[in-house]
Design a protein around this ligand. Structure first.
Ligand code: M6R
Length: 608
């Protein structure tokens, strides 16, 4: 989705803006641009296509100055083009605006503005903001922006500059993320923390209907009524290196390899003195949790798969009836709930529009909401009653990897915590399960050491047009996740199925051209799974299996195998997901795909 940046200070403004935009590239975009006040004049440079095109434009037509705003655009209103790229400007080319979100009433506003003789240059919804600010400007940009946003419906994070007040950037947030980075004699704004982390670790997260006025020597914060407010400054525990590829060819591969460390970090944060600690933002009391008799998990994509695994865990271990719903469905259905229903939202970014809408639906029904989130202070985290952070660190690759395994880990922690409150497991069993976790990072490391085996399989199958992924029980969602990883980054059709469903339809697809990727590790459904693989083999299918180390029986019904260490069944999705991530990665990379930024996709889906 769109990314916005802003900078005011003594550094080379176009370089700072560009480096921020590169950091936001992961969000997905189709055009980009910057606007600066250079020698008292507003100058805009923007281009359709990749950031490299904007960079080349800036080399041909450089700009200077000490403040500016920048944008990566993911088209919603108006096709991707130079004209529709942001920043958008007013009639006189004195005011520039960048915007992330959607202005729902832009059409009506545009018609009215045209009647009042405003001239539009783009087909974006954003341009109305520039013209509204132009109409309201009486020498004070802050006042003009406050009056303009009163007329806007929808979700937006905006940053505005004017050559008539060239010492400030005015930013406003309603519904779309916006953070302010506080430096020494310089200040920044951005849609996400990675864009400011090279300059400062001190950030302020704007809430809805809050405004920031950035000057070189300080930032002032206001409510929508123009009242001055104080905001809490947070220190971001990230290093600038966290944003680098660290010698890996892609962020996705780096993030796959970070999983042992992420799980280690979570173990040390979540288990203290042999007890589960869900963190300082958890906010739920033991009494209210003990009363919960129904859970609805809602999420999208990979996070939904983590939630689906959660259903198996919560029902089996904590014995609480659990539904799992895709957020875009949940938000429009009318589920049967009661006062003891807990809604859990799972999201890496914490900004996914459908998941956020699901939370708002739940709250409208007076339900309590727990979110399981990666990004600190994100909208979903802030709108939930309590949060469990998954501590995965910044995930840049569009394909979610380390966030998935960290989500499953934290769902498991919550399950055990709830199970103790509900007395569905005894203390000894709890201690046993906690001690089992210690082997998890090493188990993942062992799989990473077999990466060359997985790459070899990827080479053999990279030209296939379709893949079928099979799993059973708690590894059925893992199979769905494997299929999603493959299709989103390789553009190869892949579909996931519960293996028991094979003979109810998908078996008809099986032949030598449809590789079947199966999760056949030892488990409560192991025998059933082997029977399913026999069915595939006897129809001439080619089977690639994830099997438990040394398991000759599973190898006998497979053409290719990837061995993984033996771990308890409820931890197996964390381990089994890793070879599937690597398989997808290698197939995509061998096919020359843009692994970190697959076509048509964005990292953070902030529109419906
Ligand atoms: O940030 P979220 O976890 O809410 O994002 C949900 C999905 O958009 C996301 O998981 C998506 O499916 C990924 N590209 C999968 O790799």
């Amino acid at each position: 989705m769109c990314g916005i940046v802003g900078y005011i200070g003594d550094k080379d403004v176009s370089s700072v803006l560009m480096s921020g935009l590169w950091k936001l590239e992961y969000r997905g975009y189709d055009s980009s641009g910057i606007a600066v006040i250079d020698d008292g004049d507003l100058k805009v440079r923007k281009s359709f296509g990749k950031l490299m095109q904007l960079q080349e434009l800036l080399q041909r037509e450089p700009v200077g100055g000490s403040l500016g705003i920048g944008h990566t655009r993911w088209a919603t209103h108006g096709e991707p083009s130079d004209q529709n790229a942001h920043p958008q400007t007013d009639c006189n080319g004195k005011i520039a605006v960048v915007h992330n979100g959607i202005i729902e009433n832009y059409y009506t506003l545009k018609e009215e503005l045209i009647k009042r003789r405003h001239i539009f240059k783009s087909t974006t919804d954003t341009e109305v903001i520039a013209h509204l600010v132009e109409e309201e400007f009486r020498g004070d940009l802050k006042e003009a922006v406050l009056k303009a946003v009163e007329k806007l419906k929808g979700s937006f994070a905006i940053a505005v500059i004017s050559e008539d007040q060239p010492d400030r950037i005015v930013a406003y947030r309603k519904g779309s993320p916006l953070i302010i980075g506080l430096g020494r004699n310089e200040n920044l704004l951005a849609s996400d923390i990675p864009a400011v982390i090279g300059h400062t670790k001190e950030v302020v997260i704007l809430e809805d209907d809050e405004m920031a006025v950035l000057k070189k020597d300080g930032v002032e914060f206001y409510t929508k009524d123009g009242e001055r407010i104080e905001k809490q400054v947070q220190e971001v525990p990230w290093k600038p290196d966290d944003m680098d590829k660290g010698g890996f060819p892609h962020y996705m591969l780096k993030e796959i390899y970070e999983q042992p460390e992420v799980i280690r970090r979570n173990i040390s944060l979540r288990i203290r003195n042999k007890k589960i600690d869900l963190g300082e933002n958890f906010n739920f009391t033991p009494d209210e949790l003990a009363r919960v008799n129904r859970i609805i998990i809602q999420a999208c994509g990979t996070s939904w798969h983590a939630g689906y695994i959660g259903k198996y865990l919560l029902e089996d271990i904590a014995r609480v009836h659990t539904e799992v719903d895709i957020s875009s469905e949940f938000r429009y259905r009318n589920p049967v709930v009661n006062g003891e229903t807990l809604v859990i939202a799972i999201s890496q970014s914490g900004e996914t529009a459908d998941t956020l809408a699901g939370i708002r639906e739940a709250k409208a029904k007076f339900l309590r909401v727990l979110s399981i989130v990666n990004v600190l202070g994100s909208t979903i985290a802030r709108e939930s009653d309590g949060v469990i952070y998954i501590n995965a660190g910044p995930e840049i690759g569009v394909a979610s990897t380390k966030a998935f395994t960290a989500q499953v880990f934290n769902v498991y922690m919550f399950t055990l915590y709830l199970a103790r409150l509900k007395w569905t497991i005894q203390k000894e069993e709890m201690l046993k399960r906690l001690s089992e976790l210690e082997g998890l990072p090493d188990a993942i490391e062992r799989i990473l050491k077999r990466d060359d085996v997985i790459r070899g399989i990827a080479e053999r199958f990279k030209d296939k047009k379709h893949f079928l992924f099979l799993g059973r029980g708690i590894n059925y969602p893992t199979a769905l996740e494997g299929a999603l990883k493959l299709k989103e980054i390789s553009y190869i059709h892949a579909t996931g199925y519960p293996a028991g469903e094979l003979k109810h339809g998908p078996l008809a697809l099986v032949d030598e051209n449809m590789p079947v990727v199966a999760i056949a590790t030892r488990s409560s459904v192991y025998e059933k799974m082997l029977n399913n693989l026999e069915e595939v083999k006897s129809r001439g299918g080619v089977v690639i299996s994830v099997v438990t180390e040394g398991d000759e029986r599973a190898k006998a019904v497979s053409d290719y195998t990837i061995e993984v260490p033996d771990v308890p069944e409820y931890l197996s999705p964390i381990v089994n997901a890793v070879p599937l991530q690597l398989l997808a990665y290698h197939i995509a990379a061998l096919n020359g795909r843009d692994v970190d930024k697959p076509r048509n996709l964005a990292k953070s889906v902030t529109v419906e």
